[in-house]
Design a protein around this ligand. Structure first.
Ligand SMILES: [Zn+2]
Length: 139
């Protein structure tokens, strides 16, 4: 790849994950090569009806990064025990099944948007655990 910049990273505002996300991206040799969009819930925040107003801002920022920084990939990092996912889960038990369903749905919704609006953009969907390990998701 000739591009200086490679990706936009969509992640959550949760303070427990800032350094974990950053060290994960360093391990992938992406330091200095990504732009960062941080919003409560990451993919949940930009796709769920509860946070309706947030999607437009994200899309516009992604568009800007594609144009200005010539990035060609979106790396999405949701995380376990996320407050936004709990909010969306409402009164249901916040177990692994319900939690995973919320993340999977957010990835599927986001994938649809990307395919429609940015057909040449690559994308990756991940969930980070509290210990900082990463699980990739095929949306
Ligand atoms: Zn979160």
């Amino acid at each position: 790849m000739n591009n200086k910049y490679e990706a936009m990273v969509l992640s959550c505002i949760d303070p427990r994950f800032q350094h974990k996300v950053s060290s994960y991206l360093s391990r992938r040799k992406l330091r200095g090569k990504y732009s960062s969009f941080t919003i409560a819930g990451a993919a949940v925040g930009v796709t769920h009806a509860n946070f309706k107003k947030w999607q437009k801002t994200f899309i516009e920022n992604l568009e800007t990064s594609i144009q200005m920084h010539k990035i060609n990939k979106l790396i999405v990092i949701n995380h376990k025990d996320c407050g936004a996912a709990k909010l969306v889960n409402e009164s249901k038990q916040f177990n692994d099944i319900n939690e995973n369903k919320i993340h999977r749905e957010s990835f599927q919704r986001l994938k649809k948007i990307i395919i429609k609006k940015f057909p040449r953009l690559y994308y990756e969907f991940h969930i980070m655990t509290l210990k900082g390990s990463i699980k990739s998701f095929d949306a």
